[in-house]
Design a protein around this ligand. Structure first.
Ligand SMILES: Nc1ncnc2c1ncn2[C@@H]1O[C@H](COP(=O)(O)OP(=O)(O)OP(=O)(O)O)[C@@H](O)[C@H]1O
Ligand SMILES: CC(=O)C(=O)O
Ligand SMILES: [K+]
Ligand SMILES: [Mg+2]
Length: 481
């Protein structure tokens, strides 16, 4: 086998443009690692078919593809439009109504009954991540009449937000609908969910406890897209399995000019804790319609990688865009080129200084020390592969956070661990079938059989030597015979 030529993971939102098995196969070949299904759009039946197609495509290629279910969360959205895109023109009057009508240019349904109570004359309404803007003129019964201030094309089920942070319901971030979606996912054999508009760590606990009632354990990615989540970032990160910088809503809910610094801060903190970070939204947005991205977009993807993101995400580009496969290929190409230059442009090894010389020294754990020693050994000896037997995935994640040039080959018996490692930079996971395959002799054999490493090559292998203890507490350097 051969490994991909880039280490950054690619998450693709699946929609009408990409849900066929044929397109999915081409996207996997181009570098997709994770298929994201946004449950804010489409029906359960449609997503069931998406899941079937992703699994079939993954089987066609023989690579594990992870499915991420993105929960709707407490976001107010417009309903369905009769024809889309529907053009809203500056100066026109539109009526917004909570009635379940099919939208047309004069009447737009809003998927929230109390919507008319949330606005008053003079309120500003942003639609579609803030691309369109309306000003409320008057409220007549349940009809909200507004004038288009900034026009443009509108699609079904686009989000809405109101000036002053409105547009998110004042209920728990994990809504009843989200719990139904978790139930749907579990019934489909999936266990990885992203929570939208998370506020605090308890939101994650609520989702976990709900799954635990049916005896299931889930992996939770916290989507950071509102002010409250930034205020509670540390506790959210600790409770989460991974984090997404959801720049679409974040750029409406918080000052847009703060997004770049917030992105860097979230990635740094996630790296320190060994939580995979996904940078999302508008990364190659112009490729929704064009075969080539803008220079600014290419630079954005590269900078997210230099910031230390584990994964980059595509939304419109792959769900409704004209060039889903070409966009993934472009992402992969930018990743490969940027990763090669990480050290030479001074981006270095992520949180290394934090543990060696900074605050991290005070609370360093045995697992941290092992991962630091692995990095030391890789650098000093120019080693190309780290082999990590793992149950929870924490050992490969702790090494991955330093974004080494070497590949991290992870061996696990746990299919859920394998699937979740799809989010971690530079980790290639393998499923092993029995307890005795955790033994290092067996791992070396399987690597030799894959043809990845030839005789005479040195590798690093991590081990847990203390019986019954979780985690890894030693590393050995072996020469393949
Ligand atoms: N399953 C789908 N069916 C139809 N259109 C979809 C689907 N998934 C995504 N889209 C389209 O792609 C756009 C971008 O996807 P994205 O997942 O970023 O959604 P979003 O509406 O911005 O919501 P969120 O904030 O949850 O990401 C959506 O707004 C929608 O127009
Ligand atoms: C991905 C997402 O939810 C956002 O960017 O808002
Ligand atoms: K969502
Ligand atoms: Mg969002």
């Amino acid at each position: 086998m051969s490994l991909p030529d880039h280490k950054t993971k690619i998450v693709c939102t699946i929609g009408p443009a990409s849900r066929s098995r044929e397109v999915l196969v081409r996207m996997i070949r181009a570098g997709m690692n994770v298929a994201r299904l946004n449950l804010s759009h489409g029906t359960f039946d449609e997503h069931r078919e998406n899941i079937r197609n992703v699994r079939a495509a993954a089987e066609d290629i023989g690579l594990p593809i992870t499915i991420l279910l993105d929960l709707p969360g407490p976001k107010i959205r417009i309903g369905d439009l009769a024809e889309e895109p529907m053009e809203l023109r500056k100066g026109e009057t539109v009526t917004l109504t909570p009635a379940p009508v099919q939208g047309d240019p004069s009447r737009i349904p809003v998927d929230f009954e109390q919507f008319p109570q949330l606005v008053s004359g003079g309120s500003t309404i942003f639609l579609s991540d803030g691309f369109l803007q309306l000003r409320v003129d008057e409220i007549a019964g349940t009809d909200v009449r507004a004038t288009v201030v900034i026009g443009g094309p509108l699609l079904s089920r686009k989000g809405m937000s109101l000036v002053g942070g409105g547009g998110i319901l004042a209920v728990s971030a994990v809504t009843d609908r989200d719990l139904e979606c978790i139930e749907f996912g579990l019934a489909e054999g999936l266990d990885t969910f992203s929570i939208s508009f998370i506020e605090r760590a308890e939101d994650i606990l609520k989702a976990r406890e709900y799954a635990a009632r049916s005896g299931k354990s889930i992996r939770v990615i916290a989507k950071i897209e509102r002010q409250e989540a930034l205020a509670n970032l540390d506790e959210i990160l600790r409770e989460s399995d991974g984090v997404m910088i959801a720049r679409g809503d974040l750029g409406v809910q918080t000052p847009i000019e703060e997004v770049p610094a917030v992105q860097k801060r979230i990635i740094q903190k996630a790296n320190i804790l060994g939580r995979p970070a996904i940078t999302a939204t508008q990364m190659l947005m112009s490729m929704t319609d064009n075969i080539r991205p803008t220079r600014a977009e290419v630079t954005d993807v590269a900078n997210a990688i230099l910031d230390g993101t584990d994964a980059v995400m595509l939304s419109e580009e792959t769900s409704i865009g004209k060039y889903p496969v070409e966009t993934v290929a472009m992402m992969a190409k930018i990743a490969r080129s940027t990763e090669e230059k990480r050290a030479s442009v001074g981006a270095g090894c992520g949180p290394l200084d934090y543990f060696r010389h900074g605050k991290g020294r005070e609370m360093i754990t045995v697992n941290d020390v092992v991962s630091l020693n692995v990095i030391e050994a890789l650098d000093a000896l120019g080693i190309r592969f780290v082999l990590t037997p793992t149950r929870s995935g924490s050992t490969p994640r702790n090494i991955s956070r330093f974004k080494p040039e070497a590949w991290i080959l992870a061996f696990t018996r746990n299919p859920s661990t394998l699937k979740f490692l799809a989010f971690s930079y530079g980790v290639c996971p393998f499923l092993i079938r029995s307890e005795k395959e955790y033994w290092h002799g067996a791992i070396l054999d399987s690597i030799r059989n894959l043809g990845l490493i030839g005789p005479g090559e040195r590798v690093v292998l991590t081990e847990g030597v203390s019986p019954g203890r979780e985690g890894t507490d030693s590393l050995i350097i072996l020469t393949v015979d």
